[in-house]
Design a protein around this ligand. Structure first.
Ligand code: AMP
Length: 189
């Protein structure tokens, strides 16, 4: 079973690569960003709260995210496995995820760390033109990545998790093939 987490700064291409991997490998792909953007379209208390946070480029509280992921994994696990995209984004989320996966007997995750330089990220995010992609909000999201989210990688390193580092610059399919070949080298069934 493939238990994958795609990790990296905003704008690195996590969503695109996760979508391709999930199609090719028949995985359950869960994008927290897509899920949250969907929530903002609803006229509910939670939808409004989440919209406010996303518009400011900030992070949704850990307890809300942990519950969302716990439900998603419990209800949607496919035989072939899953790929999480956009979670965990804080060390507290990573710790919560460890517990969730343990309770579902789904240990031995592989972290796919997609990386590109800051200049390229800024360029890509400005081109993407999503509503949370104004220059000011992009900069805020990059600062949050550096100060908070990047610590998740240190946490996984300290805990001896398998991390595959992939260069995110290049042609989409070529990057995807690189990811798949690295997964195949590292997978434990
Ligand atoms: P993304 O599409 O992954 O870039 O996510 C878009 C926005 O959703 C982020 O800027 C955050 O505001 C929020 N978000 C997504 N995933 C998380 C998470 N794991 N924890 C907190 N906030 C999140």
């Amino acid at each position: 079973m493939y238990k994958l987490i795609i990790f990296g700064p905003p704008g690195v291409g996590k969503g695109t690569q996760a979508e391709l991997l999930s199609q090719k490998m028949n995985l359950f792909h869960f994008s927290t960003g897509n899920y949250l953007r969907d929530l903002t379209l609803r006229d509910t208390e939670l939808g409004k709260k989440v919209k406010n946070i996303l518009d400011r480029g900030e992070l949704v509280p850990d307890d809300v995210m942990n519950e969302i992921i716990s439900d998603a994994l419990r209800n949607n696990i496919k035989d072939k496995g899953f790929i999480l995209d956009g979670y965990p984004r804080t060390v507290n989320q990573a710790i919560a995820l460890d517990d969730i996966l343990k309770s579902l007997n789904l240990q031995d995750i592989i972290i796919i760390y997609l990386n590109v330089n800051d200049e390229e990220i800024l360029k890509r995010l400005l081109l993407r033109g999503r509503s949370d992609d104004s220059e000011e909000i992009i900069k805020k999201r990059l600062i949050i990545y550096k100060e908070t989210t990047s610590k998740v990688l240190d946490y996984y390193k300290e805990n001896g998790k398998k991390i595959i580092e992939i260069n995110g610059i290049g042609e989409i399919n070529e990057i995807n093939e690189n990811i798949i070949s690295e997964i195949m080298k590292n997978i434990k069934f």
